[in-house]
Ligand binder design. Structure first.
Ligand SMILES: [Zn+2]
Ligand SMILES: [Zn+2]
Length: 346
């Protein structure tokens, strides 16, 4: 078999690229180029990155630094099957060195590259972080309850709901959807928000869980570039009654299961389900709570009525037999004593 040699440099060769040996073909071709220094802006507080004219979510600082170099690499247009490995090392407060190793092919000829690029970071506080640290807010959600104080449990859940809504909104890219602070007050809690829109979303989510009503009051706080700036207060009132309340409604005594636009529960006299539009109810009054129930002995079951031993007076009291009763006489049942008499709880 005749020996082949490169027409350009004369050396022996088996494989040719554009009719010359690999060394001659690659010559001074470069797989990639990179500026010696690249610049970037990162928020030291939250890691956001300034890109294309605005602050955007950033990942880990090291990854962001590497991405600045990656964005500036100029790959040879004929290259294919390129593999890149970038590692970063911090030099001082604001300088990193990124080491790039690359390999690939140009028209089938293997080629690699190694280079170092310096990244200079300017650490700047992003809009969101400067708003947060400046105490900025656009909206307030005031959580209160109608004709009572909200329970600690309700307030805790409302704050958790608000945090969940804010987190989801931030994930979708609304960087200003932050909770600036919360303020506990004797009558409820105030949640300060970085974004007006978030106020309505939080109210909707709370009402989905607890029911309730909101009233909005916008307040003009100034102007920016000729546009009026408003701050909106959402006053949210949780319903007057909560699950477990024993209330009398137009003469019927019910244990509340839900209260919002509608009141739902169990009629404690008959055991039937109760569901009415809250605004249609005329005479509503709270009598007791399930938590105030006491055990009492069921003395006799007479079909339409039952006899219960009042645990306080030791007198036998006759009450209507509710549908849900399934206990045999001689056993304990739970009762509540109210101004409207004794009621058995399911
Ligand atoms: Zn050659
Ligand atoms: Zn930030």
């Amino acid at each position: 078999m005749p020996k082949s040699f490169c027409p350009k440099c004369g050396s022996d060769a088996d494989v040719f690229y554009d009719n010359v040996c690999m060394q001659c073909f690659i010559g001074n071709k470069k797989l990639l180029g990179s500026p010696q220094i690249v610049y970037g802006r990162i928020c030291p507080t939250c890691g956001s990155v300034f890109r294309r004219g605005r602050w955007q979510f950033g990942g880990k600082k090291e990854d962001t630094v590497i991405s600045f170099v990656k964005e500036n690499l100029e790959l040879n247009r004929d290259a294919s099957s390129v593999e890149l490995a970038l590692t970063s090392k911090q030099l001082d407060y604001s300088r990193y060195m990124v080491h790039v190793e690359a390999k690939g092919e140009i028209k089938g000829a293997p080629i690699d590259a190694v280079m170092d690029t310096e990244v200079r970071i300017s650490w700047e506080t992003c809009d969101t972080c400067s708003r947060i640290s400046g105490g900025y807010f656009e909206g307030i959600v005031q959580i209160r309850a109608d004709k009572r104080l909200p329970t600690q449990e309700e307030l805790k859940r409302c704050v958790a709901i608000a945090e969940g809504v804010a987190a989801r909104s931030q994930e979708k890219g609304d960087k200003l959807a932050f909770i600036a602070r919360t303020e506990e007050l004797p009558e409820g809690i105030d949640i300060y928000l970085g974004l007006i829109k978030l106020g309505k979303q939080i109210c909707r989510a709370v009402i989905d869980t607890f029911g309730g009503k909101i009233t909005e009051s916008p307040k003009l706080i100034g102007q920016k570039n000729g546009v009026d700036l408003y701050r909106i207060t959402y006053a949210l009132r949780l319903p007057e009654f909560v699950r477990g309340d024993i209330i009398s409604v137009d003469g019927t005594v019910i244990e509340v299961q839900g209260c919002g636009k509608h009141v739902s529960g169990i009629d404690l006299e008959t055991g039937k389900r109760f569901l009415e539009n809250f605004n249609d109810l005329m005479d509503v009054k709270k009598l007791s709570r399930r938590d105030d129930a006491v055990p009492a002995v069921l003395v006799a079951d007479e079909g339409r009525t039952i006899q219960v031993l009042d645990p306080h007076t030791y007198e036998t009291v006759t009450v209507k037999r509710p549908e849900f009763l399934s206990v045999e006489p001689g056993n304990e049942i739970k009762i509540v004593k109210t101004e409207k008499g004794i009621f058995v709880l399911p």
